[in-house]
Design a protein around this ligand. Sequence first.
Ligand code: NAD
Length: 250
Amino acid sequence: MRDENALEQAKKLVAAAKKISALTGAGISVDSGIPDFRSEGGIWERFDPYEYGTYDSFLNDPSKFWTMGRELAKVMLKAKPNPAHIALAELEQTGKLLGVITQNIDNLHQAAGNTNVVELHGSYLRAHCMECKTDYVGEEVHQRVADGEIPPRCEKCGGVLKSEAVLFGEPMPEGPMARAVDICNDTDLMLVIGTSLSVYPAAFLPQLAKNSGAKVILINLEGANRDDVADVILMGKASDVVPRLFGSSE
Ligand code: NAD
């Protein structure tokens, strides 16, 4: 449903649920200052993610990715969780949250206090060597990039370092997807927050939860590609709507 009673309907679903899950996308972090791919005037207008953020492009010329990465790090490393992230962390404290499945790479759910976060698309806060696989701390690599080392290289073998953010066309890590599927099979209410549901296979997860009998609440600034999967649609800013879901009846 999508009317003035939608918030009350959604709150009833939340109150009745015992095993809540969340699937989040770039929209939940827009109010923390990180633009989604649709925002105007942000970093993505200067660096088309479908050009600078593909795996092929990285393999051909890692400098190109890291040139974008230098600008992205400026935005991402100073971002703080907003009330939507914090509301999900508080929900975990009640014991009703199975986990947060996120497409984001910004670490803001963990920064808010969530401990069961499934990162489908990796994290900007980790990096590794493409050759010897040595792990690196993302912030340290981003500092080297900010200081002009593009592309950053492994201190052990000289190989190119890659951020652990999953690029377009790059195989997704299998473990997180398997954990996400488990959550979808177990949850009785999924909150789908700030995602256009256009990147697969993440976009299929609400349908998977629905097929397992869960209710689905979709929270988005505008319509998403899979509105049909939602039992209730709440239009608005995540930082405004998500905390209201768990507040007392209005
Ligand atoms: P998307 O950019 O395709 O869609 C974002 C959705 O959020 C849109 O439907 C938009 O209307 C909505 N939105 C924008 N501001 C909102 C707000 N304040 N409150 C609620 N909704 C809002 O993002 P996606 O679906 O996550 O898919 C794009 C891919 O790019 C994903 O892998 C995503 O994680 C990645 N990405 C990540 C970040 C990040 O880590 N913060 C930022 C940009 C892109």
